[in-house]
Each structure stands twice: as structure tokens, then as C-alpha cells.
Write a protein that binds this ligand. Structure first.
Ligand SMILES: [Zn+2]
Length: 289
């Protein structure tokens, strides 16, 4: 946060410096844009290939084959979910929330891609429908489905409160990933990464730039739908914050389950090819340090 009372005086040209117009750091016009019409055409005649119900304050894993879809569906009541994704064949490749944010903004919706970490950096999933797209940004600058929050975790909770809480999303995701992959929890923990905050309504305060949350507008029946660009392993935690309208990292909030539905289309989207990992090879072959 910035000092309320700066220690250094503003220079004479401070107003002009502040008036410089911003430029987008990562213009994405050059990126190949997903053709939503072909993705959506592939949904015609699809069949439901499976579903996983994520209990409140717990997490569960699910697998989605490349070319298939999955939905995260609100059931019973307003609930936020913390999503991790890995390449199912290589768990070292995983969702990169920071670069996804740099490319698509603080909150994602239909047509945005979820990107993987370096050195892979490829779209691992494409958002093909979002029933909360009507929300846009509100008067507080908040929106839904953020890639700015990291995930609630017991270490930050202990730092701020001195208490121990064992059902933070980080812990839930660790346990689910460990069970699914046969790793110990100690081995599993480093694989847990910054999340997509599904349905969560968040922003930054205008005066201090602090991360804030407010009750999610999600209602039963709402969903966000993804297309798996590669074979995916997912883990979803039904956050102990429930609708995240008051607090998280406790047993106080009312929590609900979340449903993951997996759909297999009868044929892949026309012209679709599963993306290759990023083509840059300079570090391995080129410059010496
Ligand atoms: Zn959480």
C-alpha cells in the first residue's frame, strides 16, 4: 500500500507525469482467437461423461480428456470454488494465473483462455460459456471469476490470526491431489498453485488498492463452462468462505457443494488442434549466462 502521507514532495511536473496515458502491457490482438461458434457447435449431441460433487469445505479431483468440456455448476446455494488445473500427463505443467491475468485481465469470462506455466505457456483450457457474464464490473470495480486471489491457505491465516484452520482451499486441494495421484500430502503440496476463483466476486479498493471480496451473485443453476485444450487433471475446492461475503478460513460461513460435470462431444470442434507447448527454445540451446 502507498503511504497516506508521502515522505517525498511531488515534482513540479507531477500532474503531467500522472496524465501520461497507459498502454496495455500484453495486447492480445495477435493471439489466435478461439472460434466460439465451432466450440459451441461441438456441444450439439454431446453426452455427459461423468460428474463429481465437491462437498462443502472439501476438494475433489476430476479428469477431462482433451477435446471434452467441463462445467462447474452452482447447486443448493451461493458458493465460491478454487480451481487448480494440471496437464494430466505432466503435473509439472499447470495453470498460470499470473500470466492469464496479464493476458486477459483480472477477471475471466467467455472466450478467455487459461494458460500454463513456463516453459510450457500454452492455452490449456478455453472458457466457452459463463452464465454470470451479465455481471460485468460493478460500481466498486468488482467482478466474478478472478485470477488475482491466490487461494485461502493456513499459513496466511496463521500469520494474520494466530489460529490454525485445516480446511482452507490450499489444504483441501493438497489432500485431493494427494489422494488422486497417490502422492503423500508432503509431496503433493508443492503442486498446488494459484487458482481461478470460480464465482468469487472481487476487486481492488480504489483508495488503497487492497484486494476485497463481496458476496458472490451466483445462484443454483449458474455455471461456467470450459473446453479442455489438453488432457487435464482438475481439482476444485468448495471454499470455506461459502459465498465469500464476510470471511473465509473458518467454519462460520454457510457453505454448499459444487458440481463438476464432464461432457464428451460426438466430434471435436471443426478445425480444432490441441495446442503444442510454447515454441521458444532459447534458454536450452542458446545464450550462455
Ligand atoms: Zn478458499
Amino acid at each position: 500500500m502507498k503511504l497516506k502521507y508521502p515522505e517525498h514532495p511531488a515534482p513540479a511536473d507531477a500532474t503531467a507525469k500522472k496524465a501520461v496515458r497507459p498502454v496495455i502491457c500484453y495486447p492480445i490482438e495477435g493471439l489466435q482467437q478461439p472460434d466460439l461458434s465451432t466450440y459451441r457447435a461441438a456441444r450439439v449431441g454431446w453426452r455427459k461423461a461423468g460428474e463429481v460433487l465437491v462437498p462443502p469445505r472439501e476438494a475433489r479431483c476430476f479428469e477431462v480428456a482433451a477435446g471434452h468440456f467441463f462445467r462447474i455448476v452452482s447447486v443448493d446455494g451461493p458458493q465460491v470454488g478454487d480451481l487448480n488445473l494440471w496437464s494430466n500427463g505432466n503435473h509439472a505443467e499447470r495453470f498460470f494465473s499470473g500470466k492469464t491475468r496479464a493476458l486477459h485481465g483480472t477477471h475471466v469470462s467467455t472466450g478467455d483462455r487459461l494458460w500454463s506455466n513456463l516453459p510450457y505457456l500454452r492455452p490449456i483450457s478455453t472458457i466457452t460459456e459463463d452464465t454470470l457474464d451479465w455481471y460485468g464490473f460493478d460500481e466498486f470495480g468488482a467482478s466474478v471469476h478472478d485470477v488475482i486471489g491466490t487461494r485461502c491457505d493456513p499459513y496466511t491465516h496463521r500469520l494474520l490470526s494466530g489460529d490454525d484452520y485445516h480446511h482452507c482451499c490450499h489444504s483441501n486441494l493438497t489432500r485431493a491431489f494427494a489422494v488422486h495421484t497417490g502422492r503423500s500430502q508432503r509431496e503433493a503440496e508443492p503442486f498446488i498453485h494459484d487458482v481461478l476463483n470460480v464465482f468469487m466476486c472481487t476487486g481492488f479498493t480504489r483508495d488503497t488498492g487492497q484486494y476485497f471480496m463481496k458476496a458472490t451473485p451466483v445462484r443454483p443453476g449458474d455455471f461456467i463452462e470450459f473446453f479442455a485444450e489438453i488432457d487435464l487433471l482438475g481439482a476444485l475446492s468448495a471454499c470455506p468462505g461459502g459465498d465469500c461475503g464476510a470471511e473465509h478460513s473458518s467454519d462460520i460461513a454457510t457453505c454448499h457443494p459444487l458440481l463438476v460435470e464432464i461432457y464428451a462431444p460426438s466430434a471435436a470442434p471443426v478445425g480444432w488442434i490441441s495446442p503444442q507447448v510454447n515454441g521458444y527454445r532459447g534458454i536450452q540451446t542458446g545464450l550462455q549466462p
